[in-house]
Design a protein around this ligand. Structure first.
Ligand code: DC
Length: 236
């Protein structure tokens, strides 16, 4: 059986998670949030008191860890987009704090850590249909994906979305701080020595600034179905 892969890259808070979750549900695919794996890495460092800059120690932790993701079960539907298990423990919410976000952004600059996580991501996708999102999926993790998307939105809309998300989680942060942090995180993603965020030439660039999420989901589902139908007719 051949598998179908949708790869999505894009900057912070472009809507990648929400869109991917909904597309995954409509197509019956597994949604893989690769950012969660960088977040789990930061959590591992915190739990084991390992310095985020100590690359070989961080790599050893990641290699030994079991990182799993699954679509949330009925009982787990508490507005999470995915259920994240680290060595069997449900850490879906533990990895969403601002402290872990900052740590994830730092470990994501380590070349060897990226290598190990990319391998884990490729293993997950090897035998199943996935919609996988992150910052290097279209060109590093799944360069052969049948559908590649670069999802983006204006800086202010992305900062507004993040601000709202944090408020809903009870984190009281000023909008100006969220805006500054969003821009700083983009800078780090785009200037990172190891695999900087980029737009590949065959990516479909989708700007979500003026679109409702539902509209974006519908566009992606339609496009995926067309590609799937074409590849089936060519193979038969
Ligand atoms: O998407 P996110 O905020 O959960 O990602 C957490 C961090 O991991 C963020 O700093 C970007 C980084 N990341 C990455 O470098 N490569 C990926 N494929 C996914 C996330």
């Amino acid at each position: 059986m051949s598998v179908f892969h949708i790869a999505i890259d894009g900057p912070v808070s472009a809507g990648k998670g929400t869109v991917s979750r909904l597309v995954a549900e409509k197509l019956g695919f597994l949604y893989v949030d690769t950012g969660a794996m960088y977040r789990m890495t930061a959590l591992l460092c915190k739990n084991h008191q390992v310095d985020l800059a100590d690359e070989s120690a961080v790599v050893a932790l990641v290699k030994a860890a079991k990182m799993e993701m699954r679509n949330p079960s009925e009982l787990e539907r508490d507005s999470r987009l995915t259920t994240v298990l680290l060595d069997g423990e449900d850490v879906s919410w533990k990895i969403r704090t601002e402290e872990i976000s900052a740590g994830a952004s730092k470990v994501a600059t380590l070349t060897e850590v990226r290598k190990v996580l990319v391998e884990k991501q490729q293993e997950i996708a090897a035998n199943q249909n996935v919609i996988m999102e992150g910052r290097d999926i279209t060109y590093r993790v799944l360069p052969q994906a049948q559908l590649k998307i670069y999802l983006t939105a204006s800086d202010s809309v992305r900062a507004e979305r993040r601000h709202l998300q944090l408020q809903m989680r009870g984190e009281n942060v000023a909008f100006e701080d969220v805006y500054r942090d969003t821009i700083e995180r983009d800078q780090r993603d785009m200037t990172r020595g190891a695999d900087p965020l980029q737009i590949v030439s065959d990516a479909w660039v989708v700007d979500t600034t003026d679109f409702e999420i539902e509209k974006v989901v519908e566009m992606i589902v339609t496009k995926a179905k067309v590609i799937m139908a074409n590849s089936t007719s060519h193979n038969s």
